[in-house]
Design a protein around this ligand. Structure first.
Ligand code: NAD
Ligand code: ZN
Length: 256
């Protein structure tokens, strides 16, 4: 990131972001599918791999699940294989370290892959749920994916095909999750946004709430989003793994 001893723009911005984070509290992160791309789970925008086969607009909706759970389970089975094989990448582990060192108070993630927890983070709000448990829409029994994975079509004792505990398009966010996220966003002094296109509502109101309440917004993404021009104070363009690790190094230097 350096050329002949002169820091480039990205290096300068990482330093600037680190200085802001090191002296602010609470600092929170909002993460999206982009943070897990380097762990082998494709995001929705890339439309490669899994999502070229299963268009999320068709397969990730509650209507699709209710009308044809057998078809939607074809997609869920392949997604589960990817999630099961995925390991936290340097972005996840750097966030875990930042939390342990007291520089990051909460993560609100739109991901359902459990990789923040695997990367050492404890304060994780799973806005869209988690695919490691399944529920029955008839009798409310719950199962772990672990115990049901061997079933081609995971089915409840009562006979109904189970649904993973993730929020499909068309479903509401659980109220306590909504309220808690809103509260955390409102109180944040810094919001670190990593790997989200901010197209999915209502998760994309979190940056708006934080910014309106005067949080500094630091955005990490491989490309600009609608947030970049409208809300972002410091844009760090590039892959999440390199940038969050770079940020961690600088914060430790600055905060020491
Ligand atoms: P998205 O697919 O709409 O956008 C991903 C964003 O990440 C894009 O802006 C892209 O430029 C950026 N990106 C891609 N690779 C990156 C990298 N290596 N480093 C930094 N940025 C990178 O994702 P979204 O905004 O999270 O919305 C999609 C919805 O789909 C979410 O609700 C999420 O729950 C769900 N989803 C989850 C997973 C997962 O759990 N890993 C995977 C796919 C989709
Ligand atoms: Zn049941």
């Amino acid at each position: 990131m350096m050329t002949e001893g002169k820091p480039d723009l990205l290096t300068q911005r990482i330093k600037q972001a680190a200085e802001v984070i090191a002296v602010s509290s609470p600092v929170i992160a909002l993460t999206g599918a982009g943070i897990s791309v380097e762990s082998g789970i494709p995001d929705f925008r890339g439309k490669n791999g899994l999502w070229s086969k299963y268009d999320p607009a068709r397969y990730a909706t509650i209507d699709a699940f209710l009308s044809d759970p057998v078809e939607v389970w074809n997609m869920l089975r392949e997604m589960d294989e990817l999630v099961l094989a995925a390991k936290p990448n340097p972005a996840h582990t750097a966030l875990g370290i930042l939390e342990k060192k007291g520089f990051l108070q909460h993560i609100i993630t739109q991901n359902i892959d459990n990789l923040h927890q695997a990367g050492g983070s404890l304060n994780v709000i799973e806005y869209h749920g988690n695919c490691s448990t399944l529920s029955c829409l008839s009798c409310n029994r719950r199962y772990s994916m672990e115990e049901k994975r061997h079933e081609y079509l995971p089915t409840c004792e009562c006979g109904r095909i189970l649904k993973p505990d993730i929020v499909f398009f068309g479903e509401g966010i659980p109220e306590e999750v909504l309220n808690l996220s809103f509260d955390i966003a409102r109180k944040a002094r810094v919001l670190l946004i990593i790997g989200t296109s901010a197209q999915v509502s209502p998760a994309n109101t979190i940056p708006v709430v934080a910014s309106k309440n005067n949080a500094r917004v630091i955005e990490i993404n491989k490309e600009k989003t609608w947030l970049t021009e409208q809300l972002t104070d410091i844009f760090l363009e590039g892959g999440a793994g390199d940038i969050v690790s770079g940020l961690l190094k600088e914060i430790i230097k600055t905060g020491a």
